[in-house]
Design a protein around this ligand. Structure first.
Ligand SMILES: C[S@@+](CC[C@H](N)C(=O)[O-])C[C@H]1O[C@@H](n2cnc3c(N)ncnc32)[C@H](O)[C@@H]1O
Length: 389
């Protein structure tokens, strides 16, 4: 908190832009210790290191304040802007576990916000960070247990419950407050968004709620559960930063969707985004692209036309045949493939050992996929598409 004092702010200003490695940090510590209290210098140097690390999440990291745990748990600027867009402009939104304000910076933009956290330092930093993003104009910050906060007059709630406590990660599926309590919020304020772990089991999503699985590029970042008042689908996969989104349900009462065919791979292999897989939308993606599955139980799709889509990585198939290690080794040598990224899906095998036994030689690169095609062990040699994906 001393960092928010005039001395603290001045010191942080001096360190701004420093990417202090250990030697430089030592030099700076020595230079500054005569002029500022040693504890403040240490805190400011730590803060500068956190700001540097935070650039991966926030474009204004250099002006923000972080705790280490707060930064690790914070939503990034891109994911928080996407989530906040569900909330109506002008609404009073309560962020019941605001941390250092990763979500608050977006929720508070163009809305009134009530920021709540158990931790006083996080709360103070959240307020400061909201100010950095011009989102502190209509902000009230309250140090409290989110469970004790009266919600009369609140239009909507966002909650990103803690998945660690006392520096320790909680067991998988556990959070503070627990998911069950968060879901019950919708009985008090209809419009609720709950950030959850991306591995959230789909059966925990109550009827009428939407589960949105969000990836940044190919990396799955989070799941957000939207209460019926904010839901616009049953399952949704969103890929940021473009915001492209694929959604399903609630299905029409009429005929069920057409079955997706299963057949051997064609000219292209599509590896769906983990957001699509987690949302259970692989078959919806196949229907949207006119693609087919290569096995009933495996999340690869194939097509004869080239598709460039944010929802899948598309590879050109150079070779597709039942898996036979020696034959594939020969074919890879014929193709001059010296570097291979080996992916295994639905087939047992020790990848580093297979890699060694393939004895790769040559200037080319490829992705080698070991999988199943209609139940048979299958191998594919694939190349990336040229140019931007
Ligand atoms: C996952 S972090 C929130 C991160 C935040 N959404 C962000 O993007 O920066 C969870 C926060 O919940 C707070 N917390 C845990 N239990 C709480 C409770 N019962 N009431 C209020 N805050 C709580 C923790 O102190 C922590 O700051």
């Amino acid at each position: 908190m001393a960092l928010l004092s005039p001395d603290g702010r001045e010191l942080l200003g001096r360190l701004s832009g420093e990417e202090a490695g250990p030697d430089r940090a030592l030099q700076l510590a020595q230079e500054l210790r005569g002029r500022y209290p040693p504890g403040l210098v240490a805190a400011a140097l730590t803060q500068q290191a956190l700001r540097t690390a935070a650039r991966a999440k926030f474009s204004r990291a250099e002006q923000m304040l972080f705790t280490r745990a707060g930064l690790e748990q914070a939503s990034s600027e891109v994911t928080s802007a996407h989530a906040a867009a569900r909330y109506p402009a002008g609404a009073l939104v309560a962020d019941l576990c605001c941390g250092i304000g990763g979500n608050l910076i977006a929720l508070g933009a163009g809305r009134r916000a009530l920021a709540v956290d158990l931790d006083q330092v996080s709360l103070a930093f959240a307020r400061h960070n909201a100010g950095v993003y011009g989102a502190a104009g209509q902000l009230a910050a309250v140090r409290a247990d989110g469970r004790d906060v009266a919600l009369a007059g609140v239009d909507a709630v966002f909650i990103d419950p803690a998945r660690r406590a006392g520096g320790q990660r909680l067991a998988a599926g556990r959070s503070e407050p627990p998911l069950g309590w968060c879901l019950e919020l919708a009985g008090r304020v209809p419009a609720v968004g709950i950030k959850a772990a991306p591995g959230l089991p789909r059966e925990l999503v109550p009827p009428g709620w939407e589960a949105e699985f969000v990836a940044a590029g190919r990396e799955l970042k989070e799941a957000v559960l939207w209460s019926p008042a904010l839901a616009t689908a049953r399952w949704r996969a969103t890929v940021l930063p473009s915001g492209d989104t694929l959604a399903a349900g609630p299905g029409p009462a009429g005929a069920p969707a057409a079955a997706v065919p299963v057949a051997a791979p064609g000219a292209f292999l599509l590896d769906p985004s983990p957001a699509v897989t987690r949302a259970g939308l692989v078959e919806d993606l196949a229907r949207a692209l006119g693609a087919w599955k290569i096995d009933p139980a495996i999340a690869f799709l194939s097509a004869d036309a080239e598709h460039r889509t944010p929802f899948a990585r598309t590879l050109r198939v150079l070779e597709s045949a039942p898996w036979h290690e020696r034959r594939f080794a020969r074919r890879l040598r014929d193709l001059g493939i010296g570097a291979a990224d080996i992916r295994r899906r639905g087939l047992a095998g020790d990848v580093p050992q297979i890699h060694r036994r393939l004895g790769l030689r040559g200037p080319g690169r490829a992705t080698v996929i070991l999988t199943r095609v209609s139940g048979r062990p299958w191998g594919l040699i694939c190349a990336d598409l040229p140019g931007p994906a």
